[in-house]
Write a protein that binds this ligand. Sequence first.
Ligand code: NAD
Length: 318
Amino acid sequence: MKVLANDGISSSGIKALEKGGFEVITTKVAQEQVANYINSNDVSVLLVRSATKVREDIIDNCPGLKIIGRGGVGMDNIDVDYARSKGKHVINTPASSSESVAELVFGHLFNGVRFLHDSNRNMPLEGDSNFEGLKKAYANGIELRGKTLGIIGFGRIGQAVAKIALGLGMRVIAADKFLGKAEIKVDFYNGQFINVEILTEPMEDLFKHSDFITLHVPAQENGYVIDVAELNAMKDNVGIINASRGGIINEVALIEALDSGKVLFAGLDVFEEEPTPAVQVLMHPKISLTPHIGAATLEAQDRIGTELADQIISLLKV
Ligand code: NAD
């Protein structure tokens, strides 16, 4: 049986699938050619990340397709219910990238509080006399220790962020529409750990008390989670990170809040427009940017590949 990994798959995933008797194709097929390719090559399993869309047309036109697999969490690029109603298995790997996304959040946080994203762009060339000027511009750094991190969406990634924050000596406030509390195991990797129970709080309290806010909710059907009113409810000089989904934050409102000084900095891994975000976002000196790479670590990709392979092998029992 053939597997088309249209957005790539780790070598460990390929190995596991080949060991299970599958042929793995990693050719990148253009979106409009995917259905045709699947049919003419007898592909049984289509694996995607976020780039390839699996909409009704592919589902309807590929009767031999048995499994649609998403390497990662959010399945907004797949018509999941429709595919299942047509008898296809739809699988993903929800837990495999949580730690990697959480670590990227801290990359953006450290960037923001020490202006690293901006100083990387502005370091003087030889002969440029502006070294002292830059030192002055970046003189008001902030320590994370002792500050309060507000986590919106306290699922897998939100909790992984909380563990790191607690390890850094931050206070943590969490808000979640559906979850009342969670027990976090802070692991010190030397055999010691402590369990911390965190009760979630109303969003208004999180806005009022957080020095930094990070978002970990799924794509929403009913608009922005952070818009003008929410920004206004936050503390002055707040830092905001979004490594969940574009469309969670109103980018126009965010830029206004950055320009007015209400928001100190933002760190964005996801955007309303992908792959090319709005130019005002790209060029903004107070925004630390990454191109949707939350899960892009060797470790997460390894886990994603082998987790997909295990599920495919057990579903198709070859
Ligand atoms: P999860 O399902 O474990 O947790 C999401 C939490 O958000 C849930 O507890 C849910 O109750 C809560 N929630 C939903 N709507 C809410 C709202 N409006 N307000 C407050 N809470 C709300 O999901 P996860 O694995 O932690 O993933 C979180 C997000 O991260 C998803 O959007 C996922 O697509 C995204 N993600 C991004 C990357 C990346 O590369 N940047 C990688 C993996 C996942």
